[in-house]
Design a protein around this ligand. Structure first.
Ligand code: BGC
Length: 914
């Protein structure tokens, strides 16, 4: 059997969204003391003894190299050079010290040497673990000698004679020892956390790294030294140079030379850092829609983190990403840039990306496009008409989750209007929701040229802080001050918000300012491994009629193509993906297979095509290719990649547009000219029935017309620079499929919501979309949201509500447990999904059910786990538009747990909120 562990990954700590699920990883109440309060243990400080913030409040940094014994530093403390012997550290940071025999929980150990202790939920970086055990943590660049990690992840280091159970190893070396994926059946029938109050996950990856409040005193001081003209200047793009004539100018706002504040450089994401200047290069990941299919928050955290470090190394300070617009209709040109149709998946993914990006060494993030930006052809004029319940629950909700769980430095206001007012001057969506309701302290930037000319006071008073790429609305600010339509306090508040983001991320630090740009991370092994992982976890196996896997694994599992030796890749896209050169990158009709050529374009260091990936995979194979069907004859299997391009689904300039329809029978892909994929697939199947279709597409495609001619269908999305390597690993089963659809694939396009992508007429946004709409209208679904196959099978059983009498208070938590078993012959990662249903709701509108939590579990063949998930009761609330607040209904609800939104596949139980 192939080594199924090689490319199999699981989320760090498996604590996606408040879930404490995993092999014996039971979490004691009260472990997540983030924020810091004094707790037990002897309070020793200074005098060569201190360290570890014993008895101190969160947030202090101590650098005395003492040795506290048996103490308990708590929450957020950073200690430098200290040693902790036999103590307990909860949520603190130990930098450069030694931990012997202690039990740090949820903290970070940087460069230290833990010996014989237990680290639960923490992240040792660059350290050495000897003889201890870690549950749910991750080690980056460290060494494990004789120790073990359960449920964690290890990146880039060395493991000698250690054990990683249920975790993952990326890019490191492992010598001796055992790596176990899955593990023995574990059980736990007692609630892992209290049902009377909700305990958020305490792992370090869930900590907000750079809170925007309170405001830095350095920011306040700098703004107090600025003249009014300086304040106005820093709130606009650089208009001292023609932004359309000089590369890069359109992507920086102004500084203040007299105060040594440089210009503020920014770049787009989200599939990698956008390259503007000649020679710039950066890692190209699988697109966000693919990463959403992983349902893996650790993966998205790592992607955000690497992009943040690439940005910082390249001397860019604000990433215009992630996109967290709800995918209301699959035809949206920029569907590939977002995380699918579900507000919770969108928000959790967005928050993970932001937390990763905003770590020290990274940069500020700017989720976009707030709000309801989900058509492209008319994006500058679109005027969605939306009621407040629909807005709060389905469209601003991803931003709310990202704000609350990620605290981004910035949010981008969209081009479109909402209820008749442009987002850039819409007080209801900016001031009222972002600032008053959510209490968020970051700054709002306009989308490029989105602010309305001459509307300076209206925009700033509504909540816009920074106008890009040149002042058009903000040209009036000086006059607005004189006229009294704008106060100097409002201007100063905007200037302070922008400066606060810059000082929080240390953009003005002398060493950073003096440094030179580097692009070396793009080709580094760490980036290559992570980019490959985005596709390994993101590709979704939609159909497999016994043709996959290829090679020896097929013999092991008794299904597939064990003797596949000659593989043909045919059709117009047989050579994709390919990395465009910088020159090709600006040619809008160049087809790369890597995704859009609008603002999300990336110049990758290289791209591995599907052909190259298969050729490199293993000896003894013959890989053939042809642009027509000729290579199909005589092959054992035939692969047909079908790739969209910028002109099919691309941002609205340079030929980009929304998709014209969802099928493969009439127009798309445009570069296939007169050949239509549906007919081509059928004609190839007539030559050779062993057809595998790759959907190199950003969102849903209707498959009804041709699916019977394909034995396997894989939604590869735009797979990133390592796409070919990942595909080969998946086809041969070196890595098992685990991706699940982040959107619904219907059978008829007419069953999706109205897609009004022309004109300015107000378009009413219905409350229902995606699986909520298909379920409500009982329309036929081909592939449900959350669906994806693998080379193994899983069963779900014994769903239990872990709360006394299945009753919880409105301020409490719903804790559930389900047993998931791998009933097949190979290891795999299964995404477990939790939905809430509202059969007794009195709210004006409610979906039949909606996603509230998810996690990935890694299971060896035959292994089963009791997976526990936890959500706060407040997550069941609806938006009460009459009283303007989230309202929890004190009635009986249903909780549904299973592998997808398919109602026939979910277990259900009842619980009551009192
Ligand atoms: C896009 C934004 C992007 C901006 C700057 C706009 O056209 O809508 O997503 O950040 O350009 O490139």
């Amino acid at each position: 059997m192939k080594d199924m562990t090689k490319h199999s990954y699981s989320a760090v700590a498996l604590v996606a969204i408040g879930l404490m699920a995993f092999a014996g990883c039971s979490m004691a109440p009260g472990q997540s003391n983030l924020g810091g309060s004094t707790q037990g243990g002897s309070s020793i400080s200074g005098g060569g003894q201190g360290g570890l913030g014993l008895g101190s409040q969160g947030g202090t940094t101590e650098s005395n190299a003492g040795s506290p014994a048996a103490g308990s530093p708590t929450a957020g403390d950073a200690s430098t050079g200290a040693n902790l012997t036999a103590g307990n550290s909860q949520g603190g940071d130990l930098v450069g010290g030694t931990l012997a025999g202690g039990i740090p929980t949820g903290g970070t150990l940087i460069g230290g040497i833990p010996t014989g202790g237990t680290l639960a939920g923490g992240i040792p970086t660059g350290g050495t673990r000897t003889g201890g055990a870690s549950a749910g943590g991750s080690i980056a660049g460290g060494v494990i000698a004789g120790g073990s990690i359960a449920g964690g992840a290890k990146t880039g280091g060395t493991t000698t004679a250690g054990t990683i159970a249920g975790g993952s190893t990326a890019g490191g070396t492992k010598t001796g020892g055992t790596t176990t994926v899955g593990g023995a059946t574990t059980s736990s029938s007692a609630p892992i956390v209290s049902c009377t109050s909700y305990t958020p996950p305490s792992a370090a990856t869930y900590k907000i790294p750079t809170p925007m409040t309170p405001v830095d005193t350095q920011a306040t001081q700098l703004v107090s030294q600025m003249a009014v003209t300086d304040q106005i200047n820093i709130l606009s793009g650089d208009h001292t140079t023609n932004p359309y004539a000089t590369a890069g100018v359109a992507f920086r706002s102004l500084g203040v030379a007299s105060l040594n504040i440089p210009n503020y450089p920014m770049r787009d994401g989200p599939r990698g850092m956008r390259n503007i200047m000649p020679g710039d290069v950066s890692t190209c990941f699988a697109v966000a829609e693919a990463r959403a299919a992983s349902f893996d928050l650790d993966l998205e955290y790592q992607v955000g983190n690497l992009q943040g470090r690439e940005m910082r190394a390249a001397k860019n300070e604000l990433a215009l990403a992630p996109v967290i617009n709800t995918l209301r209709h699959p035809r949206w040109a920029r569907a590939q840039e977002t995380y699918g149709e579900d507000p919770v998946l969108l928000g959790e993914m967005g928050a993970a990306y932001v937390r990763g990006m905003q770590q020290p060494g990274g940069c500020a993030a700017c989720p976009k496009h707030y709000v309801l930006n989900d058509t492209d052809n008319n994006r500058m004029q679109a005027n969605p008409n939306v009621d407040m319940q629909t807005l709060h629950e389905n469209y601003s909700r991803p931003f709310e989750i990202t704000v609350k769980k990620g605290d981004p430095a910035c949010i981008m206001a969209a081009y479109n209007m909402v209820n008749g007012t442009h987002c850039t001057e819409n007080k209801s969506v900016l001031g009222d929701i972002l600032r008053t309701q959510w209490g968020w302290g970051g700054f709002v930037v306009s989308d490029w040229s989105a602010a309305q000319a001459g509307h300076g006071a209206a925009s700033m008073n509504a909540g816009l802080d920074l106008e890009m790429p040149v002042p058009s609305a903000f040209t009036t600010l000086s006059g607005d001050l004189s006229a009294g339509t704008l106060t100097s306090a409002a201007l100063t508040a905007s200037a302070t918000r922008v400066m606060n983001a810059r000082t929080k991320f240390k953009d003005l630090d002398a060493t950073y300012v003096a440094s030179t740009a580097s692009f070396s991370l793009a080709g580094a092994q760490e980036a290559v491994t992570l980019a490959e992982r985005t596709e390994l976890e993101g590709a979704v196996l939609l159909k497999n009629d016994g043709i996959l896997p290829l090679g020896s694994l097929a013999t092991t599992i008794g299904s597939g193509s064990p003797n596949a030796k000659i593989i043909a890749i045919v059709g117009p896209d047989n050579n994709l993906p390919v990395a465009p050169t910088a020159t090709q990158n600006s040619q809008k009709n160049f087809v790369s297979g890597l995704g859009d050529r609008g603002s999300s374009q990336v110049v990758a260091p290289h791209a591995v095509s599907y052909f190259q990936g298969l050729q490199a995979h293993a000896g003894g194979l013959t890989i053939k290719q042809s642009a027509d069907s000729s290579a199909a004859a005589g092959a054992d299997v035939v692969i047909i990649p079908v790739s969209m391009a910028h002109e099919d689904e691309g941002e609205g300039y340079g030929g980009g547009a929304d998709r014209q329809n969802m099928n493969l029978t009439t127009i798309h892909p445009i570069h296939w000219t007169t050949t239509r994929p549906a007919a081509f697939i059928q004609s190839v199947a007539a030559i050779n029935p062993n057809v595998i279709v790759l959907l190199n597409v950003g969102s849903a495609v209707i498959v009804e017309d041709w699916m019977t001619y394909a034995k396997a269908i894989i939604q590869t999305f735009y797979p990133g620079q390592e796409g070919g390597t990942a595909l080969a690993a998946l086809l041969f089963g070196d890595s098992n499929f685990s991706g699940k659809l982040p959107f619904t694939v219907g059978q008829n396009e007419s069953d999706y919501p109205q897609f009004q992508n022309s004109g300015t007429a107000a378009a009413t946004i219905d409350y229902y979309h995606g699986y909520r709409l298909f379920e409500k209208n009982a329309k036929p679904v081909r592939y449900w949201f959350g669906y994806g196959m693998s080379y193994t099978t899983y069963t779900y059983s014994n769903l239990q509500v872990l709360c006394s009498n299945s009753t919880i208070p409105a301020t409490g938590a719903l804790n559930v447990q389900v047993t998931v078993q791998n009933t097949g012959k190979v290891a795999g990662d299964e995404v477990v999904e939790l939905y809430i249903g509202y059969p007794n709701s009195k709210a004006p509108k409610r979906p039949v059910k909606e996603l509230k939590a998810f996690t990935r579990v890694t299971l060896a063949p035959g292994a089963s786990q009791n997976v526990q998930l936890s959500i706060p009761a407040t997550d069941t609330a609806y938006w009460d538009a009459t009283n303007n607040k989230w309202t929890v209904e004190s009635v009986a609800h249903t909780v549904l747990v299973g592998p997808s939104a398919d109602p026939t596949k979910l277990l259900s139980a009842t619980f009551t909120i009192q």
